[in-house]
Design a protein around this ligand. Sequence first.
Ligand code: TXA
Ligand code: MG
Length: 343
Amino acid sequence: RWSVDKYVDDQDSYPQISQAADLLINNEVVAFPTETVYGLGGNAENDEAVAKIFAAKGRPSDNPLIIHIAKEEQLNAFVEKIPEKAAQLMKQFWPGPLTLIFKKKAGSLSDKATAGLSTVAVRMPDHPVALAIISAAGLPVAAPSANRSGRPSPTTAEHVWEDLNGKIAGLVDGGPTGVGVESTVVDCTEFIPVILRPGGVTKEQLEAVIGEVSVDPALVDKGEAPKSPGMKYRHYAPDAPLTLVNGTREYIQELVDKKKAEGLSVGILTTEENLGFYRADYVIACGKRADLNSVASSLYDVLRKFNNTNADVLFSEMFPQEGVGHAIMNRLMKAAGHRVINS
Ligand code: TXA
Ligand code: MG
């Protein structure tokens, strides 16, 4: 396990960068920070390396991985063609928290990495450590979030350690990640691009560059099968059952009091603004409501914190469906198994 406090453009003073790259070249798996969450990287061209990623995570093999690159030229080896709108999005948002789905060049990359699909998901992360490792390895790097499947994604090296200690060849510690929720996944194989997973880049930001963008109906209506295989799995769930409450803090307090009367231990996910208001066994603030980026940034850490409590049931406030609020609510709804109480 290595620590990177600060990356300067001199790989010799950061041997962990080249050690991580060597492991990737040798088809071992290594966790490293990106600007969204920590990723578990492996050589996307090698079946064995990719199999190690799935094994370490306990991930179902029908859920394809995102391929991480450091330079646009890397796309030529495995992407059939780059549609005009995708090119515009790349210019505006790469490196950054945006994953684009392209038609895959047949015979390129490990079919295990793309779960046998004819498409491939790609992104260029906006993190100096991730970019340095990918460049030094000179490979397309398959990297899902570095958590055990079903657990909240890791936003610190400690989270990765909790989940994958003993299961991976290395972990590069670059401190806490910034964005806190995963990249936005956009299917660019359709004329009107489709958001398959809301994330760090918002719909509004995408539309400002390429005009109309649609949203996978499965994200809105639970009845539809999602187009992104990963979206159908239970995910992010804390150990105790979580319920989202669409109501005032007074109403949330009433719900808590009822559970307390039943002898249960209760946790509340709130924000700094309301921290002093509630009486419960565990009251944890997830950023500031007035700044949704701060909520996104601490969301997974807070979900993990509840696992270190003895809470029997958890309640959470809800967040506005605007900007990064879409990604926050998407993850919270999954964590809650879609349980919502309306006042
Ligand atoms: O921010 C992120 O995207 C992080 C960091 C590490 O880069 N990575 C990440 O990877 O979240 P993962 O594997 O946890 O999520 C990948 C998502 C899954 O929902 C998967 O189903 C979807 O992308 N995906 C991958 N390839 C796809 C494809 N060809 N078509 C549709 N969805 C795809
Ligand atoms: Mg994940």
